[in-house]
Design a protein around this ligand. Structure first.
Ligand code: PNS
Length: 169
């Protein structure tokens, strides 16, 4: 039986921390579905199509190496319905510390209650424990260099977004 997991998130934008978790999920499971979902608590910076393109470009090495990682978007859907649709029995999430755990644990319990889907938490690699999409966006918005935290394609997309914003003001 194929052991398939879902790595869900809003990925706005994808960071090196996300990519580390996706790669490690690939070591644990036969197949990984990276699911781009809507988080009602967050307003988007990149539209979903851009986020998808950035993730696809960033995971292309993983996909080519293994063929076991794919990226899909599931706007307006419950995560457990996504798991059911793609035939995944597990959700994999990275946890950077106690704040992440406090946020993730109720969702994990809810997803288990709703559909019996278990969540596997991977402790964040210390290299990326301070890296979040929101901090990356903030640093980039003031012209800071985010090249250490995101893949080159994301860095370039953030720079292009900044140039566009500056041209519009
Ligand atoms: O990267 P994020 O923003 O922390 O990811 C959160 C996300 C998108 C995984 C979460 O908001 C989610 O699962 N959204 C889908 C809707 C859903 O299932 N909500 C109930 C969660 S218990």
């Amino acid at each position: 039986m194929t052991r398939r997991c879902v790595c869900p998130g809003s990925f706005d934008p994808v960071t090196n921390g996300h990519l580390d978790v996706i790669a490690r999920a690939g070591d644990l499971f036969d197949e990984v579905v990276v699911a781009v979902l809507h988080n009602p608590g967050k307003s988007g910076t990149f539209d979903v199509e851009s986020r998808m393109n950035l993730i696809e470009a960033s995971v292309s090495a993983l996909v080519q190496e293994s063929g076991r990682v794919r990226v899909e978007q599931f706007g307006g859907r419950l995560l457990v319905d996504v798991c059911r649709e793609v035939g995944a029995g597990w959700i994999v999430k990275g946890v950077r510390g106690s704040t992440d755990y406090s946020y993730e644990a109720p969702m994990a319990r809810m997803n288990a209650h709703l559909a019996g889907v278990e969540t596997v938490f991977l402790a964040a690699d210390p290299r990326w424990a301070h890296v979040s999409s929101s901090l990356v966006r903030e640093v980039a918005s003031y012209g800071g260099d985010v090249g250490a935290f995101v893949p080159d394609v994301v860095r370039a997309a953030l720079s292009a977004q900044q140039r566009l914003r500056r041209a519009q003001t």
